[in-house]
Design a protein around this ligand. Structure first.
Ligand SMILES: NC(=O)c1ccc[n+]([C@@H]2O[C@H](COP(=O)([O-])OP(=O)(O)OC[C@H]3O[C@@H](n4cnc5c(N)ncnc54)[C@H](OP(=O)(O)O)[C@@H]3O)[C@@H](O)[C@H]2O)c1
Length: 294
């Protein structure tokens, strides 16, 4: 299959490129080679490449930054996906687009998960633009898969684990405060890339949740990472309200992969198993990088 992969320098995109390249022809232009906000560039690339599938991992993902950069979220997170969704109709190809747990309000009682058909009700500009991106894809791409995921970590990311490790390496004895009133499912970008690979073999269409199995609070996630890496830096629970930020965060980010399970395609693993495997593989390098970045 010929795949046009957008956002391949990012956390999820880089794993998609690595996972897909053995079985597929993956064309993965950088942002400077193909800026998704340009309709002309989108159409030109589809004309030249003629892919069977577009996978859109490109986005502006700074949740706080989205609150103050209306122009960028409209261009990158809404018009970008719309350009390729419309292009997919013209060039008769399939589109896989990545969305987020932040499309929901997070008001459901924990541990009730969100299902694919629950009403969306974002509480942040980032969440609102991800909803609009979903609408743009649904309305324009004749053959689409929207994947909602959350709490990604991976070897090429600037993620929660990296941020924790930088703090711990900088001041090993200083207590780190981590929120215990936001829960979700830490999801390895590599596992999600494998899930995308399985979906390429199907002719499914629609919106699917794809996060790890099980859930935890950010505090429990941090505790688990430090236990696995034998890091003794103390961690203390706190509340989201202790860290006033520009963007509101949903408290409950738990998604159920109901459709993938019902249809027999769910390959997402338990969050702890994946975190353990990830840290076993990359833990030493992550600590080395955190020491260099402190
Ligand atoms: N990270 C999470 O926890 C999380 C959770 C839920 C959903 N998601 C969704 O998953 C998807 C992937 O997220 P991620 O964390 O992998 O993102 P990321 O690491 O921030 O990477 C974003 C990618 O988009 C590219 N990009 C940005 N603007 C572009 C433009 N105008 N034209 C072309 N490329 C552009 C970036 O290129 P440069 O490197 O050149 O900037 C980068 O490759 C996104 O849709 C995100 O909303 C992520």
């Amino acid at each position: 299959m010929k795949i046009l992969l957008l956002g391949s320098s990012g956390l999820l995109g880089s794993d998609c490129r690595d996972v897909l390249k053995d079985e597929h022809q993956v064309i993965a232009p950088s942002r400077s080679e193909l800026d998704i906000i340009s309709w002309d560039a989108a159409i030109d690339s589809l004309h030249k490449i003629s892919p069977n599938v577009i996978i859109n991992c490109a986005a502006y993902t700074d949740v706080n930054g989205c609150e103050k950069d209306d122009y960028r979220i409209k261009k990158v997170n809404i018009e970008g996906p719309r350009n390729f969704a419309q292009g997919s109709a013209r060039y008769n190809c399939r589109m896989i687009h990545i969305s987020s747990d932040y499309v929901f309000s997070g008001q459901k009682g924990i541990p009730q998960p969100y299902f694919e058909d629950d009403p969306v009700e974002p509480v942040s500009a980032y969440g609102r633009c991800k909803v609009e991106s979903e609408v743009a894809v649904k309305e324009n791409a004749p053959s689409y898969i929207i994947i909602r995921t959350g709490w990604l970590y991976g070897k090429n990311g600037n993620d929660f684990i990296d941020a924790l490790l930088v703090k711990a390496m900088k001041s090993p004895r200083k207590t780190i405060k981590v929120v215990d009133d936001q829960v979700g499912s830490p999801t390895w970008s590599y596992r999600l890339a494998l899930q995308i690979k399985t979906l390429l073999k199907t002719d499914l269409k629609g919106t699917f949740h794809a996060t790890s199995e099980g859930y935890c609070s950010r505090y429990e996630f941090a505790q688990h990472v430090f236990e696995q890496l034998n890091i003794k830096t103390p961690i203390k629970p706190c509340k989201l309200s202790d860290f006033p930020q520009q963007a509101k965060r949903p408290h409950n980010c738990i998604l159920e992969n109901r459709l993938l399970k019902t249809l027999g395609y769910n390959i997402m693993a338990d969050w702890k198993e994946d975190v353990n495997e990830y840290l076993e593989k990359y833990g030493k390098d992550l600590i080395k990088e955190a020491k260099a970045n402190k």
